[in-house]
Write a protein that binds this ligand. Structure first.
Ligand code: FES
Length: 318
């Protein structure tokens, strides 16, 4: 995917572990509006690529991302926190969106925890500007550990739609979700982003009420995969070329080794960059980027992690 050179225009400390970075195009032009909920890849100073949600209003002409310093960082967040300052130049991808806002919803409920607030902010801006009914629920351990509190409490323009849930023990969060879900009518769409266990609680409360198709989820973590029973299979491309995918290799690795151009980024099933169309065969989905309904349709798959339930797939290069 084409990369764009950007210059860091501002860096701020949101919390003791979260910094925001304002990114402007290095050539001085402005970015076109990004879809609400979109994310970009950032190639950091150590050449590590990570995905970050855009958390500003979609039409500001620049990008704002929030980066949480991860204790286990292998060069992504640690390098951005430690080595990037105003004036640093970086490369970013074009925005991609895995958290599309439903255009036919009567009301939207956004439920975020921790750093998962980031895509919800751009969605909230978008819904507010289009005068669409929504509420944003933000869970954090404390006010001090929550990001964007000053923005959400005072400056965003939709403060009346924001509900904070600070310091709620994990064991009590499910009851709050269940109570929220009771108010969800037929036309409600729900969006969630945060730690896996948190999103499962949101899912378990809302999905039985509104249905899987109206439940939208943004993952920042890869799915744990048991590859011990993997077997070889065959992939044919719509160009007619045929490749054997060994038990211990991914589709995308085999294709790239054979000179087939497939864009990739995370290679962990999170970002959606490597998704290809499925023309024949049944994928075994192992990604965290396609929605439940997209997986059920079986007409696309993330080729960096997913395999097949059968012996052969016919794939279409997007
Ligand atoms: S490269 Fe990110 S989902 Fe495959």
């Amino acid at each position: 995917m084409k990369k764009v050179r950007v210059k860091v225009a501002a860096v701020s400390d949101e919390t003791s572990s979260i910094k925001t970075f304002r990114l402007e195009r290095a050539d001085g032009s402005v970015f076109a509006p990004a879809p609400a909920g979109a994310h970009i890849d950032i190639v950091g100073p150590t050449e590590v690529t990570r995905q970050y949600s855009l958390c500003n209003a979609p039409d500001e002409g620049s990008y704002l991302v929030a980066v949480k310093l991860e204790p286990e960082s292998r060069g992504g967040s640690a390098a951005l926190h430690g080595e990037v300052a105003v004036g640093t130049e970086l490369e970013v991808s074009e925005p991609r969106n895995l958290l599309n806002v439903a255009t036919d919803a009567d009301r939207h409920v956004l439920v975020a925890a921790g750093i998962g607030i980031t895509p919800m902010i751009s969605i909230a801006y978008d819904l507010h500007r289009s005068n669409t009914d929504f509420e944003l629920h933000y869970f954090a351990r404390s006010h001090a550990e929550a990001a964007f509190t000053e923005l959400l409490e005072q400056r965003c323009g939709f403060t009346e739609s924001v509900r904070f849930h600070f310091g709620i023990p994990r064991g009590e969060q499910g009851a709050i979700m269940t109570a929220l879900a009771q108010d969800a009518g037929a036309g409600v769409h729900v969006y969630t982003c945060g730690p896996v266990g948190f999103m499962e609680k949101v899912h378990d409360a809302f999905a039985p009420v509104i249905g899987e198709a109206q439940f939208h989820i943004e993952h920042f973590e890869a799915e744990a995969i048991d590859a011990s029973h993997d077997t070889a299979f065959e992939v044919e491309l719509d160009t007619g070329e045929v490749f054997e995918i060994p038990a211990d290799r991914s589709i995308v690795d085999v294709l790239q080794e054979n000179g087939i151009e497939v864009d990739t980024s995370c290679k962990e099933g999170i970002c959606g960059t490597c998704v290809m169309g499925v023309l024949e065969g049944v994928p075994e989905h192992r990604d965290n980027c396609l929605s439940t309904s997209e997986k059920a349709a079986n007409d696309q798959m993330a080729t960096c992690v997913s395999r097949t339930c059968g012996k052969r797939l016919l794939l279409e290069l997007f």
